[in-house]
Design a protein around this ligand. Structure first.
Ligand code: SAM
Length: 279
């Protein structure tokens, strides 16, 4: 599949890198607007592609740093972003980049940070997890994801896709499905429709645990074997005895036979505090 790069000759899309680009200028402007970016903000963009979203972001932001894995796009981006003086492109793999160090180096300690991306779908979950963990100071994360992943981020106990990422996103952020975007808006069109999700960081989480790293660990352990009961997952993943696991569940008001998929964020926070108190 080929598409014309703006002023930059032909570009061959790499399916393996999730290169489904957006060219519709009205949609791009709207996505930049939904990203909540203002002139005070420093924006980290992941996967600029041909720079089509980078330009409206840069027009609104104080500065933009865009991280792109595909080195063949870098010279094209230099051309497409010629007029966006406040945008800088860096070649790199988001999964191998120390994002906290990058943000510190490029934007400084006190920046007002926002993240925006039309994410490559093959690493959506990993990127979101990494963003939540490494950039807790980000005021918002606005991302294009597969429609189904959008559902997952808004899921509740018992819903399909409810899991550690859902719970951590909802713990840290107010999650909104800002826009549904049909596949036809992408070049080449992917097989599924997309959703633009806006995760706005809560100033003070409604629920707060004293050890967030422990909550991550607990969630990973709890969902490790979905068919198993929580007691069994706590024993194998958290190294707890059956008695301790059962006592913590009881104290958190969770039934002994419960599975992770039935347990709410609030109950997980209570369970986390119980486990923390016994460590
Ligand atoms: N932002 C552009 C747009 O909206 O048209 C392109 C979006 S395209 C869905 C995803 C982009 O992420 C591609 O440019 C791809 O090369 C890049 N990408 C894929 N994997 C990446 C990774 N691990 N790190 C950084 N960029 C990546």
């Amino acid at each position: 599949m080929k598409t014309k790069g703006r002023k930059s000759g032909e570009f061959h899309h790499k399916h393996s890198l999730g290169q489904n680009f957006i060219e519709d200028e009205v949609l791009l402007e709207h996505l930049a607007e939904l990203s909540l970016v203002t002139e005070e903000d420093s924006v980290l963009e992941i996967g600029p592609g041909l720079g089509s979203l980078t330009r409206p972001l840069a027009a609104r932001a104080k500065e933009v740093v865009s991280l792109e894995i595909d080195r063949t796009l870098i010279p094209i981006l230099r051309v497409t972003l010629e007029k966006s003086q406040n945008a800088q492109v860096i070649e790199g793999d988001v999964m191998k980049t120390d994002l906290a160090a990058l943000v510190l180096e490029k934007f400084g300690e006190d920046c007002s940070l926002r993240v925006a991306a039309n994410l490559p779908y093959y690493i959506t979950t990993d990127v979101l997890t990494k963003l939540l963990r490494e950039l807790p100071q980000a005021k918002s994360i606005a991302v294009m994801v597969q429609s189904e992943v959008g559902d997952k981020l808004l899921a509740g106990p018992g819903d399909d896709g409810y899991g550690p990422l859902t719970i951590m996103c909802q713990y840290f952020c107010d999650v909104r499905r800002a826009l549904d975007v049909p596949a036809a808006f992408f070049t080449p069109p992917p097989k599924v429709d997309s959703a633009f999700m806006v995760l706005e960081k809560r100033e003070a989480p409604e629920l707060k645990v004293c050890d967030e790293a422990l909550l991550w660990r607990l969630l990973r352990a709890s969902f490790a074997m979905r068919r198993k009961t929580l007691v069994n997952n706590l024993m194998s993943g958290m190294g707890m005895t059956r008695e301790d696991a059962a006592a913590c569940l009881e104290a958190a008001g969770i039934g002994e036979k419960a599975r992770a998929e039935e347990v709410s964020l609030e109950k997980f926070c209570m369970l986390c505090e119980e486990i923390h108190g016994r460590m």
